[in-house]
Design a protein around this ligand. Structure first.
Ligand code: ATP
Ligand code: MG
Length: 261
């Protein structure tokens, strides 16, 4: 049985998608089977991993509306051990249509449970919101990874995020746990980065902060337009090294918590 990990932060542009794509690839390269689920109408995870959105038969929208069997929407990628359920703008319609469905936040969980045993890790790239789609991501997962950029407003909204997590945990997803906060786009030279990092570290228990930090690295920002994860686009870059380390840390945490067989 695999483990479902959602990458969540309602703040936009904090490297959720970058982390989802690059973790998926790095974990796949370590020999584990990974399914990436694009839960964002922007479809950035799909484009970034080389999916041609014009050729898609089914997407996350069909899966979340329960209109197909989830495996029908799974497509392979060019990267070792990585599959994806892609998303397009059509998913925005899901946010609207789900509101009239009973158990509207349970749709993704129901679908992923049907295919959970086929993968070691399922990574869900959530959209920047705490609406019904994102709540599907939080409800479906065993563990959450929260990417954070160490900028002045990083901590704003965290309280709101944690209270959503608490509510989901108390109702539909009792086993939910935060795996960790990962600092992204870190520039060690910036005092503000260091200050905010200290503030975040002071607000959370140390086991909730990943040891691996992702540095700001121009290669990471170039890779998506080539449809490649960083460990393929530039395996020697500091970004690739960081995501390989993060992958190892994620797998270690899964093993320690016994959430992966
Ligand atoms: N370590 C990094 N170094 C340099 N650029 C980065 C790094 N991580 C992410 N970026 C860039 O920052 C931008 C935002 O990243 P990304 O799209 O992953 O964020 P997101 O949280 O998924 O955004 P959204 O909330 O819109 O879904 C992108 O242009 C990405 O290429
Ligand atoms: Mg994104």
């Amino acid at each position: 049985m695999g483990v479902i990990i959602s990458i969540v932060n309602q703040k936009g542009g904090v490297a959720k998608t970058t982390t989802a794509i690059n973790l998926a690839a790095a974990i796949g390269q370590k020999g584990k089977k990974v399914l990436l689920v694009d839960l964002d109408p922007q479809g950035n995870a799909s484009t970034g991993i080389g999916v041609n959105k014009r050729e898609l038969k089914y997407t996350t929208y069909d899966v979340i509306m329960g209109e197909i069997r989830p495996e029908e929407a799974v497509i392979s990628t060019n990267f070792k051990n990585v599959w994806i359920i892609p998303a397009t703008q059509a998913l925005a319609e899901g946010e609207i249509r789900l509101t009239s469905i009973k158990n509207k936040t349970l749709q993704l969980k129901k679908a992923l449970l049907q295919i959970k045993d086929k993968y070691d890790i399922i990574l869900v790239d959530c959209l920047p919101s705490l609406g019904v789609l994102a709540l599907n991501g939080i409800t479906a997962c065993d563990r959450m990874i929260i990417p954070m950029q160490c900028e002045p407003y990083s901590l704003e909204g965290v309280a709101e995020l944690l209270s959503s997590v608490k509510r989901v945990k108390a109702s539909t997803n009792k086993g939910l746990q935060i795996m960790g906060i990962v600092f992204t786009m870190v520039n060690k030279k910036l005092t503000i980065n260091k200050d905010v990092q200290q503030q975040i570290k002071a607000s959370f228990p140390s086991e909730l902060i990943f040891k691996t930090e992702i540095p700001r690295n121009v290669k990471i920002s170039e890779a998506p337009s080539h449809g490649e994860p960083i460990t393929y686009y530039d395996p020697a870059s500091s970004g690739a090294e960081a995501y390989k380390k993060l992958a190892a840390e994620v797998l270690k945490k899964c093993k320690e918590a016994n959430v992966m067989l």
